[in-house]
Design a binder for this molecule. Structure first.
Ligand code: ATP
Ligand code: K
Ligand code: MG
Length: 658
């Protein structure tokens, strides 16, 4: 299986594959290096990626984007309410998580955000497989650094539903930093501090990263989760909507399609303004048969998004402050993400850091490439240079337990904000029976939305009183793992025992043959006794539910495939009719009797009539049957022609041989 890295953007997704020769970004079915992050539903099948984008404007309510924004959240989360301005479809509750109600195969169906992401990943998987011509299962997925445990677990669940194995999640800016560091050499004792700024479609991330030869360490990260290109587009669209009310007496808010068309053109205009001083906006018959036209210049755009621009330096300031580096210690500032193409954003950042900005990385592909590298380093078949990277914990995590008599502590903040990720800490509790330990985020107000701070509960089983009837020490290994998930790794009982430990002799070059017995000393040590079993409950989907969803997803993939095959057969039949109709008058003319020709013509006409009538929406087998019927005669004629051609070639060959 290939080593695949996926950067699921809110607008566009990029996939990179690590192979023996290096890391390549793959292209999709229409040769694009990124794929729209959209899932849509039709009367027969789903449309995902490029095909979803193509039909979007005619099927707005059944086309869903904002996938990474709604994943792992509940309907009541104010963040989901905020998304309503970007999602025309109906958001609903589905067992405590957010879902979208759509028309699919002639029925109203609700799919959870996790399922929608799974559908999308399943399409990405298919695109990748057809490009690399290998089965794809192991993937490394990029996530916003501000994703909580629940959001990360939801993404992993989505991966599983798509029959993928997410071997690891990597924070987006960290992935970019990896692709920056891996192929660079640093002098011994050299440290280079680089700030990575990613402003995309929906979110803005900053990481301060220290590089050394063969390793990187993220010193600090900060975010503005409501700062992206779509906020620009929204502000522009609202501006034009107001303008058109006055100028044309139309309100595009009243017409979803009209609004969406203005939005599309506003984004286009915004991009033009990154390279030009002014840009036009023209839409024919936007609604009520009204054509609209307008222009905007760059400073007007900047004025419209002023409230956003005022926030540019905040994440930078926070991250640099938390990194404890001074501005002088920062060697360079690297910009990635589509929205860093906006001139005023570049200017503001450059002015704040007092440095020339760098664009060393491919601004759209660096994250996916970093992920592919990480996936390759987990692969047993690919040999990659060892590279060490450490991240930071975003939200403080507290573990808690029911205290027993004499225990004064019932909770402990084990992983504070800024702590290294991954990391392990061991706590000791004295227990002689089954007990629970729970994790939650210490400060719910720091979470990216109104989210349940609960992370998980681990039931630790099998502790028994010691021979003396006392509760043994239970050592519990708590972990923030390499994907940023909070877990309880293992638990075991331990006893403090006096053991003899060899004393290390510092002296070198001594006679090894010395007959003196090795020196030891007695020390008190915790000695591991019984391993305890752990039953965990997190926000991840139950196994049985996941199995059901995998089955559902596979069924939908089958349905899509069947619809696509049927369409292929229909096209093949159509093509055959036109092709044969031409050739029978031309290339095949001498190889059929008049009677045969007239019969074939009649059959072709009838088949064409059928295609425009009941054959418009027939089954795959009906198209095949119709094709075979035509080809029974058509193939016979074609056969004669091919045989004659072959004889001609043979004759020429004989002539040359003579
Ligand atoms: P996110 O990282 O928020 O999940 P994403 O990764 O999909 O989203 P990107 O692909 O980095 O986002 O960037 C897409 C955004 O960049 C869009 O809002 C797009 O309009 C904007 N963009 C692209 N090119 C330009 C340009 N030349 N000028 C201004 N904005 C641009
Ligand atoms: K992207
Ligand atoms: Mg992005």
């Amino acid at each position: 299986s290939g080593s695949v890295g996926i950067d699921i953007g809110n607008a566009n997704t990029v996939v990179a594959v690590a192979r023996n020769r290096g890391i390549d970004v793959i292209v999709n079915e229409v040769s694009n290096r990124s794929t729209p992050s959209l899932v849509a539903f039709g009367p027969k099948n789903r449309f995902i990626g490029e095909s979803a984008k193509t039909q979007e404007i005619t099927n707005l309510k059944n086309t869903v984007g904002s996938l990474k924004r709604i994943l792992g959240r509940s309907l009541s989360d104010p963040e989901v309410q905020y998304e309503k301005r970007f999602i025309p479809g109906e958001l609903v509750d589905s067992n405590g998580t957010v879902g979208v109600k759509v028309s699919y195969q002639g029925e109203k169906s609700t799919f959870t955000a996790t399922q929608l992401v799974a559908m999308y990943l399943s399409k990405i998987k298919a695109i990748t497989q057809s490009e690399v011509k290998m089965p794809v299962t192991d993937v490394v997925l990029a996530v916003p650094g501000w994703y909580t445990d629940a959001q990360r677990r939801a993404l992993i669940d989505a991966g599983h539903i798509a029959s993928l194995n997410p071997v690891r999640l990597v924070n987006e800016t960290t992935a970019a930093a990896i692709s920056y560091g891996v192929f660079r050499t640093f002098k011994e004792d050299q440290t280079k501090n680089v700030v990575f700024v990613d402003i995309g479609h929906s979110s803005y991330s900053v990481s301060v990263v220290a590089f050394k030869q063969g390793e990187l360490k993220v010193l600090a990260s900060a975010y503005d989760t409501h700062f992206g290109g779509r906020e620009f587009d929204h502000a522009l669209t609202e501006f034009f909507a107001e303008q058109f009310k006055e100028k044309y007496k139309i309100d595009v808010h009243e017409n979803l399609k009209a609004y969406s068309r203005v939005l599309t053109q506003a984004e286009r205009l915004k991009k033009i303004l990154s390279a030009n001083a002014t840009a036009p906006l023209n839409i024919e018959s936007v609604m009520n048969d009204v054509d609209v036209s307008s222009t905007l210049n760059r400073s007007e755009l900047e004025e419209l998004v002023k409230p956003l621009l005022d926030r540019i330096v905040t994440p930078l300031e926070t991250a640099i402050k938390e990194s404890k580096l001074s501005m002088e210690e920062i060697d360079s500032v690297e910009l990635i993400g589509g929205t860093t193409r906006v001139p005023v954003i570049k200017e503001t950042i450059a002015a704040f850091v007092g440095k020339t900005l760098s664009f060393t990385l491919n601004q759209d592909e660096a994250i996916a490439r970093g992920c592919a590298f990480v996936c390759a380093s987990h692969s047993p078949t690919l040999r990659v240079r060892p590279y060490k990277f450490e991240d930071v914990n975003q939200y403080s995590v507290t573990f808690q337990w029911e205290p027993v008599e004499g225990e004064d502590l019932s909770e402990l903040e084990v992983f504070p904000h800024g702590n290294v990720v991954p990391s392990t800490k061991i706590i000791t509790l004295f227990r002689d029976d089954t007990f629970d330990i729970e994790a939650r985020y210490t400060s719910p107000e720091t979470l990216p939305g109104s989210m349940n701070p609960w992370i998980g509960k681990w039931t630790i089983k099998g502790a028994k009183p010691t021979d003396k009837g006392e509760a043994p020490a239970v050592k519990i290994r708590l972990r923030t793992d390499h994907s940023g998930l909070v877990t309880v790794d293992s638990a075991y009982t331990a006893a403090e025992e006096t053991v003899e430990e060899p004393v290390e002799e510092k002296k070198e070059g001594e006679d090894k043959e010395s007959s003196e017995p090795p020196k030891t000393r007695s020390v008190k040590k915790w000695v591991r006794k019984d391993t305890l079993s752990i039953v965990h409950g997190t926000t991840a989907l139950d196994h049985s539910i996941k199995l059901g969803l995998i089955e559902k997803e596979n069924q939908m993939v089958e349905d899509d495939k069947h619809v696509a095959d049927t369409e292929d057969r229909k096209n093949a039949l159509e093509e055959y009719i036109y092709d044969m109709r031409g050739k029978i008058e031309d290339r095949y003319a001498d190889f059929a009797s008049d009677e045969e020709k007239s019969k074939l013509r009649t059959m072709l006409d009838a088949a064409e009539d059928w295609l425009y009538d009941e054959g418009e929406d027939a089954t795959k087998s009906q198209y095949i049957a119709k094709y075979d019927e035509l080809n029974a005669l058509g193939g016979l004629i074609k056969g004669r022609y091919l045989q004659a051609e072959q004889e001609k070639r043979d004759a020429e060959q004989r002539k040359r041989d003579e």
